[in-house]
Design a binder for this molecule. Sequence first.
Ligand code: 4AZ
Length: 245
Amino acid sequence: IYGGLKAIPGSHPWQASLQVRPIGTQLPFQHVCGGALIKPCWILTAGHCVRDKQKQMRVVLGGVDLGKHETFDQIVEVESVIIHEKYKETADSIVNDIALMKLKAVDGRCANETKFVKTVCLADSPFPDGTECTISGWGATETSEYGSSQLLDAKVLLIPQDLCSSSRVYSTAVDDSMLCAGYLQGGVDSCQGDSGGPLTCQRDGVHYVYGLVSWGDSCGKENKPGVYTRVTKFTDWINSKIQAA
Ligand code: 4AZ
């Protein structure tokens, strides 16, 4: 996160850290992406976060400091991954960049809901342009390309689709499976390592996951806001995959 601040513990209880290591090794797990807990056994993330089948994956929930074991964190194994059938990397964007991870249950439970681990609602209707929403993650910052061991967050504004697909911004690279959020003057943005993590917006005191960090031209750059998977476009897909599993 560029332009972010240290998150208050418990303020993003649905935030997941997706971590990987090469299969068959005892090497340490490394954070690669974010995700959002939408059901006790389901994480929503970006498709590009889970393409690599050669990795053992796990999910850490309830943590804010990835550098140490915390009292409230929960480490959960991944049972299976479902990438969107129309996920596609093009020359200048990533289309339908969404995936579900089913968590492994232990004694009939995956995530335990606590003060620090909670599910987030799926947005089912649009938020107006200009709405102030929140991004969070352990990704790259203006001072560290390796990311932050502390969870950071920042406020971003929803950018009108016609502005985002204008020639000054992303032109035809942005389609209706995506939304843009941030500031055209730059500075505050998501970045590498934040991918798959949630952009949440509030209505009547309820938090909704409205976007997933997907791509952008660099980070924090003028006229290049963050591009997010438009979650409302995938509500039926998400529900059908969860129902079927
Ligand atoms: C990335 O490389 C990436 N500024 C993620 C988010 C953004 C840019 C790049 C948005 O994963």
